[in-house]
Design a protein around this ligand. Structure first.
Ligand SMILES: *Cc1c(COP(=O)(O)O)cnc(C)c1O
Length: 398
């Protein structure tokens, strides 16, 4: 590879070419048996993914957005409820809350990890809510609606400080649904339980996405819910399949939200490689961090002690983000923005009546963040080029 070859943001071709024969065999099997929906491939994948997440159950669904929506409904979120999340996430998080019939509300994030801030949650409850003396429910005073669930987002593959959230959740009967769409295999040391836990094993339920660019990606759309709760497992199984408990017996109204057999077969093959891909991502992240740590004007991502990130994204913060992005782009380096506009400032959420300044940490992050190329097969030479161009830009700025 020459010094001038472009550095892509991610590589969706190489890992599939490496596995091409096995992946194509899945399609051949489906064509020859006619089993496209449900069946062994889906069930086997569900067992293997549950084991990978150290959760009791996993249910394959059509996308990460389906997974979030079904997990929220199955956890008991009802029309008119308020569900708390963060403003610096992909809109699917809040879309799913609205689609479950609830209204999303936001709290700010902590500066170090840009993940949900447990102190912010305590503050929200203390200042905006009261416990109803009759029902015991947590009520939002201004909106007169019950607050029933929290969706922490394990952003960029780094887990939220779950112990603190679970303690608050237990106290106020709030269901915690993890948005683990970027965090397949991420680890967290739980002091409450005295052991390491995996993303998707701590909340009432969790949602994963298998969108092709995610750490575990299908060759199309896909998602999964994980849970340790037998009743949530049963309800999500019905929700994804028109509310059926058996063929044409509909206990509830559901959705068409199944994971198809070909994607499940493909995911089974790719899941076997995920630990090795994650190790490579972590190695690449460590290399970036070592080399960028003493570049003035760049803040590298922080990994909290007792947390292992799976580095879905490697996101730095810098003052002149747009200038740096342009400069990298001009030099053939693709960098991304996750996400450039906080959700509370999007037209889609005008009705929530938030304004600039309401969530200063998330807003500052949105202005300063830049996602660098990150994928398992990224080479040291490619990373060196990225780091050198960043240093060059920042020294020009002075
Ligand atoms: C990708 C993603 C989703 C949505 O997943 P889809 O499979 O695209 O529906 C939700 N939340 C977060 C944080 C994501 O990154």
């Amino acid at each position: 590879m020459s010094k001038n070859s472009p550095v892509p943001f991610l590589d969706l071709v190489t890992p599939h070419l490496d596995l091409e024969e096995e992946l194509v065999a899945v399609f051949r099997e489906a064509v020859r048996t006619g089993r496209f929906i449900g069946g062994d491939m889906v069930e086997e994948f569900e067992k293997e993914f549950a084991a990978f997440c150290e959760a009791r159950y996993s249910i394959g669904v059509g996308s990460g957005t389906d997974a979030l929506r079904f997990a929220l409904i199955a956890a008991g979120v009802k029309a008119g409820d308020i569900v708390i999340t963060v403003p610096n996430t992909f809109i699917a998080t809040t879309e799913a809350i609205t689609q479950a019939g609830a209204e999303p509300d936001f709290i700010d994030v902590e500066k170090s990890t840009v993940n949900m801030d447990p102190d912010g949650l305590r503050d929200y409850i203390d200042t905006k809510c009261e416990v109803d003396s009759v029902s015991g429910a947590l009520m939002h005073k201004g909106k007169g609606r019950p607050v029933t669930a929290i969706v922490p987002v394990h952003l960029y593959g780094h887990m939220v400080d779950m112990d603190a959230l679970l303690t608050i959740g237990d106290h106020y009967h709030l269901k915690i649904v993890e948005d683990a769409c970027q965090a397949h295999g991420a680890g967290y040391y739980s002091k409450r339980e005295g052991c390491w836990k995996k993303a998707g094993s701590m909340g009432a339920a969790a949602a994963f996405s298998f969108y092709p660019g995610k750490n575990l990606g299908a060759c199309g759309e896909g998602g999964a819910v994980t849970t340790n709760d037998e009743s949530i497992n049963q309800v999500v199984r019905m929700l994804r399949d028109h509310g059926q408990s058996r063929k044409y017996i509909h206990e509830i109204e559901g959705y068409n939200g199944r994971l198809d057999a070909i994607q499940a077969g493909i995911l089974r093959i790719k899941l076997r490689h995920l630990p090795e891909w994650t190790e490579k991502r972590r190695k690449n992240a460590a290399y970036y961090t070592t080399r960028l740590d003493d570049v003035e004007g760049v803040n590298v991502p922080q990994e909290r002690e007792g947390s292992t990130s799976v580095y879905h994204l490697y996101v730095i913060h810098t003052k002149d983000r747009s200038g740096l992005q342009q400069f990298l782009n001009d030099n053939g380096i693709a960098a991304g923005l996750h996400y450039p506009v906080s959700l509370h400032l999007q037209a889609a959420y005008k009705h929530l009546e938030y304004k600039e300044g309401d969530f200063p940490v998330a807003e500052q992050s949105a202005r300063q963040l830049l996602s660098l190329p990150m994928f398992p097969d990224l080479t040291d030479e490619q990373q060196d080029k990225v780091v050198e161009k960043i240093s060059e830009f920042l020294s020009m700025e002075k």
